[in-house]
Ligand binder design. Sequence first.
Ligand SMILES: NC(=O)c1ccc[n+]([C@@H]2O[C@H](COP(=O)([O-])OP(=O)(O)OC[C@H]3O[C@@H](n4cnc5c(N)ncnc54)[C@H](OP(=O)(O)O)[C@@H]3O)[C@@H](O)[C@H]2O)c1
Length: 280
Amino acid sequence: MSSAASRVWFITGASSGFGRSLTEVALSHGDLVIATARNPEALSDLASRVPDSLRVLPLDVTRPDSIAAAVQAALAEWGRIDVLVNNAGQGLIGAVEECADAESRASFETNFFGPLAVLRALLPHFRERRSGHIVQMGAAAAIANYAGFGIYGAAKAALSSLTESLTQELKPLGVRVTLVEPGPFRTDFIGRSLARATATVPDYAATSGRFGQYLARIDGKQPGDPHRAAEAIVRLVQSGEAPQRFVLGRYAIDKTRKTFAAKERELAQFEAAGAATDGV
Ligand SMILES: NC(=O)c1ccc[n+]([C@@H]2O[C@H](COP(=O)([O-])OP(=O)(O)OC[C@H]3O[C@@H](n4cnc5c(N)ncnc54)[C@H](OP(=O)(O)O)[C@@H]3O)[C@@H](O)[C@H]2O)c1
């Protein structure tokens, strides 16, 4: 079924949201997709519709054994992976002090160490082929963070920083890397994919608490359309272009500009004092 022009995608967290939309859009462009999910049943409708070009495999990014098994099965299926989308992720709402150590570490396992483990499992393959595109799913919280998203944003910021290094390491080897930075999109993210800190400290009601209420209010009304996001990501990969960052949705674009401008203003304000520290 594979044609010379088709790409093979490997997508994590494909059961819903961006992952599911990317799976559908890549298939609609004639590509082949290894869609991975903790619960592969979630994709059974799609798998029965396009049995030749879709394989669904179990993969939990926090379980190295499941990553190794999925990568092995994927390579056995079509012999190559052209595009990795490190998409699986989960939010954690709570003030920094409210998030317990175990809750914070679990968030990093899913949003940072999980994607890192997926990368490690596939990088030898990408290096060997001297081609391919790795798409990392970042977040607007890592552009500039909010009260109540400290741990989740920190994990995504860690992923963002890692991606900058990865880009430089892989460019000479012919492998492209892009960090996608979405604003709010209508996926399951604010619903079933948003964990809450168990502890509540009343002093944070006006900051973290309010942010949690705001998220609950906008659930289902986010401006971003995940299908359009998937179309844009597929078009980008097809184009062969690989920006370091691909910011999705007007909200995140405006936020990025405002953040750059605020950083520039603050840098200028304290430039003299900071620069005066040079010298022997
Ligand atoms: N939607 C937004 O507004 C937004 C904004 C910025 C960034 N993002 C990022 O976009 C990515 C996709 O989220 P989404 O918005 O599409 O939300 P979603 O519809 O809730 O999808 C999240 C996906 O991640 C999967 N997942 C969670 N933990 C996993 C694990 N341990 N192993 C494997 N898969 C796991 C979920 O699988 P299950 O079905 O098994 O739970 C689900 O498929 C995430 O990285 C998220 O942080 C989303």
